[in-house]
Design a binder for this molecule. Structure first.
Ligand code: AMP
Length: 190
């Protein structure tokens, strides 16, 4: 049973790897982006608010994310899970740490997939042509990347300092299967 966090800028491939590894380990893949995109389909007032925040590339409120994640994690805590896209802010990471402490369920691995902005931009534009995600357009990419630099990267740096033995930096320029192999090898060693 494993509890894992994936970090990385938008377009680095963390969602792809989180999906593959969750199937490999037979644990839940909790992608907060996917959960929020499902909520958009409700087409109610909340969906409209979320839509306007997400399509601009900004972050949805911490309170909302913390409540979504804690309600989902309650069911998965003992079986294991992969968090993809959360925590993204300092407040979220504090909430998660307290939640895991209370449930005596520490994180076992953190993978941080790294990729530079030029490659990310091209990948995200390609994803737009394939999937049509509204927040994958050129104007929004910069906002999303800046949210990453200003907030999420700082969070991953804190984990890197405090949890260095379980923190693994992964080169995101490699092929999907090469990254998967690298992650599986790390998982096998522990
Ligand atoms: P993603 O699919 O992870 O790139 O997320 C898509 C969008 O959902 C982000 O640009 C944010 O607007 C929102 N979102 C996803 N996860 C979070 C989070 N942990 N905190 C705040 N907003 C989030």
């Amino acid at each position: 049973m494993k509890r894992i966090i994936f970090f990385g800028p938008p377009g680095a491939g963390k969602g792809t790897q989180a999906k593959i590894i969750s199937t490999f380990l037979n644990i839940s893949h909790l992608s907060t982006g996917d959960i929020l995109r499902k909520k958009l389909l409700d087409n109610d007032d909340l969906a409209k608010q979320l839509q306007s925040i997400m399509s601009s590339g900004n972050l949805v409120s911490d309170d909302f994310l913390n409540s979504i994640v804690s309600s989902r994690l309650k069911n998965e805590i003992k079986r294991g899970f992969i968090l993809d896209g959360y925590p993204r802010t300092f407040t979220q990471s504090e909430f998660l740490n307290n939640f895991l402490l209370e449930t005596s369920a520490p994180i076992n691995h953190i993978f941080d997939i790294q990729l530079n902005f030029k490659i990310l931009k091209n990948r995200i534009l390609k994803r737009f042509s394939e999937e049509g995600r509204e927040d994958d357009n050129i104007n929004v990419i910069e906002t999303r990347y800046n949210e990453y630099l200003n907030s999420t990267q700082k969070v991953s740096n804190i984990y890197k300092e405090n949890y260095s033995s379980i923190f693994h930096e992964i080169d995101g320029t490699q092929q999907i299967h090469e990254i998967t192999e690298k992650i599986k090898n790390i998982l096998k060693k522990s």
